[in-house]
Design a protein around this ligand. Sequence first.
Ligand code: ADP
Length: 480
Amino acid sequence: MKLKILLVAAEVHPFAKTGGLADVSGALPPALKKLGHDIRVIMPKYPCATKAGKKIQPLKINLKLPGFKEKGTLFESELSGGVPVYLIRHDGYFNRKHIYGEPGTTYPDSVERFSFFSRAVLEAVKNLDFKPDIIHCNDWHTGLIPVYLKSLYRKDAWFSKTKTLFSIHNLGYQGNFPHSHLKVTGLGESLFREDGIEFYNQISFLKGGLMFADTLTTVSPAYSQEIQTAELGCGMEGILQKRSDHLYGILNGVDDTVWNPKTDPLIATNYGPKSLSQKKQCRDDLITMFSLRLNKKTPILCMITRLSEQKGIDLIMEAKDALDKEDISLVVLGTGSAQYESFFKQWSRDRPDRIATALKFDESLGHRILAGSDMLLMPSRYEPCGLTQMYALKYGTVPVVRDIGGLKNSVQEFNAKTEKGTGFKFKISQTKFFLKSLQKALSCFDQSKTWKKLMLNGMAKDNSWEFSAKQYVRLYRKSL
Ligand code: ADP
């Protein structure tokens, strides 16, 4: 049976992106469509959407939300493969420079913004005459949708057969707000209870999703286990343990139409496993762009990341002196916390020949850096899935990563004897273990034949979305 699926997310590539959530919500729907399902996507309409290079057309639909003063309108566009994307317009809430707020912060009216969005989604499908079998919600911004369906919309015949699946892309972002904001959501006081949306005396959008969705997923099998522990459960571990029968881990895929060195239009030269020597031109491109001064065999390491605590930036800071002694170069593309930004800025000022920093969000630069580098560093404290390391594998850029979450599931430790494996991993989040793992990578890099084998192992990995999409379909059906 063909399923009617609505995927809801606050960011969807190429219309809006701050991180991996956008990549997933832009790539999973086309894969579901290829499997024959009626999949549609819905998101807020931000100004950045116009940069997606897609036609965005207004629909003659006004969204009135019972009990809410604010109104919205609806626009339509398309993802690759012809997947319809609906964009909810409310200029007061979404016509802003940033999606969530200045990097590292959230706008003070986030409760209004995402309560409105969630309600508007439910009204939009009715106006579109679309009765979803499954509403696939993603992260805290959509956490109230399952709550609304089981409260305000409980008796609404339109949704009588609709089930919800809630995907956790990062448990660290919970959408917790003071109790006084509850009114804005339109939900009654009776939901402010332990088995409702109350979380340490606050309202929690994420908890709403975890408690009320029919099925829960997260973006890697390892992370689905880790979030059930006190160490990585961010306070939600008890709920997740209770709901473990409904919690699944599905590893994200790689969108081949965006991330493929053979066809990528954003990199200096295209290359693939059979033309690996061409990657050198991408490396030269990086060297020129950042005016690096390297020896022929100096490896270029890179990081393309949000500069947040999660990403283990402090390990890099602690490792600075040791790294300065190595014959290496480091290119960092990232935005985030001021403390980390100024660290990298200063480092590249001190050593402009070897350290390059681009403190911005720049999609195309990300592709060039990944293609031109020899290694990618991801010493994350925790990592729900992590996509950058999967892209790195495809581009023959060897990942050196913490053995945790999705990194654990997507990178296999390289064994120089058997020549099996795709990267280098360290278990304990301490600088000395990170450096040890990096040392291993650097000595392997010196042996060009072995290194080439390692690159090819990574490039041969099949992390297609088709595989993940099939697992989601199995869960959608299970929920029904
Ligand atoms: P997260 O979702 O935790 O930020 P992921 O590795 O899952 O981490 O996904 C990050 C995505 O965002 C990748 O596509 C990565 O290339 C991209 N990215 C992160 N920071 C930047 C940046 N400053 N400029 C361009 N792309 C970036």
